[in-house]
Design a protein around this ligand. Structure first.
Ligand SMILES: Cc1ncc(COP(=O)(O)O)c(C=O)c1O
Length: 373
């Protein structure tokens, strides 16, 4: 039989589409003793985590909490709770994750109407408004704020205004946006939002913060049918993550991962949300400048580029996979490949959370310029 030994990973620099480099403070937090998940001290930590999440999302929504599973579960939590069979959902697609939203709608028995925009471009607000006019019975407008597959920022505030104008709910994917660019759940009137731990929060993967407005909660509490997922039924989860010390068992929270989530949010609060957004913007400028100096071109229009996810055109004749392999093996540096239609044509360079710092940018530029020679 093969012999086994402890797995000791190398120290990589993670500059792909996520996970991003985890702050050592967060890794240390994870290594602390595990408490029972209904221990009063853990319940206190749950309450504080919710408050910090409200800060990060800029919301007073009472139903704000981390789901014990990755971003995809946050996505499902929003759709399975708000979409019932035959409900119409308008989904904006301009990359991989919009398509996943359609899958979610259909699996809930809903009807997805789609607005398709070219990958690399923004969702067209006029097309969304026309579709809302043509379909007055749309219940939900769903879109991705920061499309990780293309590096594009969609106009979340304007899209939420359209949702309000046409009297429908909004579901917003903020997996890559939370902590990296401006996001204002209450100010923009977002009804349901989900994110991920492993991008601009620089936490370990596997946790998905979500938040639901009072209007969305009312809709969930007055459904005609049961939520198809027992695990993600917010009516049940709220008994575990709800207010006060009286908590009912729902599932066993990943206790140490929640220590990590708490620490990540604490770090964000200490830095200040606006400062974190500013740090990502400055990091992007430095990277963009350096890339152009070594002859590499960013593909997304400056006006709606994501600072935390930089899409770079692969120069003609350059072997995508060979370069990424060399970066990993010789420089311990991970950058991302293109997804779907973009495979082989672009690289995705992440500047997310703890990974967004001058030292990493210099390391990435030096490594790229060496391997491209
Ligand atoms: C925009 C977006 N939505 C959803 C997801 C899914 O998150 P997870 O991989 O944590 O399940 C991702 C992951 O990269 C993402 O970038």
């Amino acid at each position: 039989m093969q012999s086994f030994s402890t797995f000791i990973p190398p120290e990589r620099t993670l500059m792909g589409p996520g996970p991003s480099d985890v702050n050592p403070r967060i890794l240390n937090a994870m290594a602390r003793p595990t408490l029972g998940h209904l221990d009063p001290l853990f319940i206190e930590l749950m309450d504080q985590t919710k408050q910090l999440l409200q800060y990060a999302f800029k919301t007073e929504n009472a139903l704000t909490m981390p789901i014990s599973a990755p971003g995809s579960a946050g996505m499902e939590a929003c759709f399975v709770n708000l979409v019932e069979p035959s409900d119409k959902v308008l989904v904006c697609i301009n990359g991989v994750f919009g398509n996943r939203m359609v899958e979610n709608v259909e699996r809930c028995g809903g009807v997805a109407i789609t607005i398709n925009n070219t990958w690399g471009e923004q969702t067209d607000l006029n097309a969304v408004e026309d579709a809302l006019k043509a379909n007055p019975d749309v219940k939900v407008l769903a879109f991705v704020h920061a499309e990780t597959s293309t590096g594009v920022r969609n106009e979340a505030k304007a899209l939420c205004e359209l949702a309000k104008k046409y009297d429908c709910l909004s579901i917003v994917d903020a997996v890559t946006s939370l902590g990296g660019i401006e996001l204002d759940v209450d100010g923009w009137g977002i009804d349901a939002i989900y994110s991920g731990s492993q991008k601009c929060l620089s936490c370990v993967p596997g946790i998905s913060p979500v938040s639901f407005s009072d209007k969305a909660v009312h809709v969930i509490q007055n459904r005609k049918t049961k939520v198809q997922s027992w695990f993600l039924d917010m009516n049940l989860i709220v008994g575990y993550w709800g207010q006060g010390a009286k908590r009912a068992y729902h599932h066993t929270a990943p206790v140490n991962s929640m220590y990590a989530m708490y620490e990540a949010l604490l770090i964000l609060k200490e830095e200040g949300l606006e400062n974190a957004w500013q740090r990502h913007a400055l990091g992007h400028e430095k990277l963009a400048q350096g890339l152009s100096e070594i002859g590499l071109e960013l593909t997304v229009d400056k006006r709606y580029r994501l600072p935390q996810l930089n899409v770079v055109k692969i120069p003609d004749g350059v072997d995508d996979a060979a370069i990424r392999k060399q970066l990993l093996e010789d420089f311990n540096l991970e950058i991302g490949a293109g997804l779907g239609d973009h495979a082989g044509k672009v690289w995705r360079i992440g500047l997310m959370g703890y990974a967004c710092k001058p030292r990493n940018i210099d390391h990435c530029l030096a490594a790229l310029s060496t391997v491209l020679k």
